[in-house]
Design a protein around this ligand. Structure first.
Ligand SMILES: [Mg+2]
Length: 339
């Protein structure tokens, strides 16, 4: 018998499931397992996007510091984030909940009012679901969306030479979570009420090649894009956008804010790749930061600490002196690590 940890963790498990199921023979399936959502043909102009994400008490949220409303909001927002990562917009949601005895009716009502507020914010409808009894509070949300065919942003579409960009700031959710766990004071709103980038995604998807949302840390998301697109990448550590609040919280915790950004989870920002000449078209409309570049597969996937290259010149040669500053990019939040 093999444990998931022995298999290699969450992504090895997803790979095993995908291989067990095999590819769908249905011609209407455009993308199955392996992207932020599944993609199926819908009508002449649109693809349909389907995604599901589960929150388990103790693993994804704690009733110690999140209110019922915040838990409901998060359950919905993280699914919308996956729809955003494909370039689309949400239309419908279904919600299944498993309730332990200690959860009251008033609590359930608050959770659903949180979900409803997110549906209202992003203009979609919650139209069904399922309820059951269980030992832990579990919320499982399905969101169905649409995307204009020309705007679909798959993880597999990054091109050599593309710039790697991110929206907003990274590391903020993990900084908040670690602060709460340590019992310290500070601004932890980004952890308790994460906001996805649907509005920005609708602008970006007109011009980007590949896109993914940041649910498991920047390192892991860039690696996913590279694996699916058969490319390499260079990410410049010092260019990763991190807010002053995150640096402050990391300082209090005596931890590295860059580690939160690279390997933490649940920022729900977007990472996308875009040809350099299209960057101007979105830069004025939403806050983005260029953090690196897509390279050929044989060049590998690297995190560069220090000024080895800039985007106006050719990549600098790897010398003895600067080799130390390059580290392979990898690792991310893995739900099975703790087992
Ligand atoms: Mg995702």
């Amino acid at each position: 018998m093999t444990s998931v940890k022995e298999l290699g963790g969450e992504f090895a498990l997803i790979d095993l499931i995908a291989r067990t199921l095999g590819k769908s023979k249905d011609k209407s399936v455009v993308a199955g397992i392996g992207d932020d959502t599944a993609v199926v043909d819908f009508d002449e102009k649109h693809y349909m996007l389907l995604t599901v994400d589960m929150l388990v008490e103790g693993d994804h949220f704690s009733r110690k510091w999140s209110t019922a409303k915040q838990i409901g909001m998060k359950a919905m927002e993280i699914n919308v984030s996956d729809i955003a990562a494909m370039g689309g917009f949400p239309k419908y949601a279904l919600v299944s909940i498993s309730l332990p005895e200690y959860v009251t009716v008033e609590y359930v009502k608050e959770m659903y009012s949180g979900m409803k507020s997110i549906a209202k914010k992003h203009n979609f409808s919650i139209i069904g679901g399922n309820t059951t009894h269980g030992e832990k509070l579990v919320i499982d949300v399905v969101v169905i969306g649409l995307v204009e065919k020309e705007r679909l942003c798959l993880r597999s579409n990054a091109k050599v030479g593309d710039l790697i960009c991110v929206t907003g700031n990274l590391g903020k959710s993990t900084a908040g979570l670690e602060t709460l766990k340590a019992g310290l004071k500070g601004n932890v709103k980004d952890h308790l009420e994460p906001e996805c980038r649907l509005k920005e995604a609708r602008i970006i998807s007109k011009h980007a090649n590949a896109m993914i949302d940041v649910s498991d840390g920047l390192a892991s998301e860039v690696k996913h894009i590279c694996e699916m697109s058969q490319t390499g990448a260079t990410v410049e550590k010092k260019k990763i956008p991190i807010s002053r609040n995150t640096f402050n919280l990391a300082g209090k915790l005596k931890k590295d804010a860059y580690d939160f950004a690279l390997h933490g989870g649940e920022d729900f920002e977007l990472v996308f790749t875009i040809p350099k000449n299209k960057l101007k078209k979105i830069k004025t409309k939403c806050p983005i930061t260029v953090v690196g570049k897509i390279t050929s597969k044989k060049q590998g996937v690297w995190l560069v600490d220090g000024k080895l290259e800039n985007h106006k010149t050719k990549p600098a040669k790897t010398t003895k002196q600067n080799r130390k500053q390059k580290t392979p990019l990898g690792g991310g939040y893995d739900h099975f690590k703790q087992f």
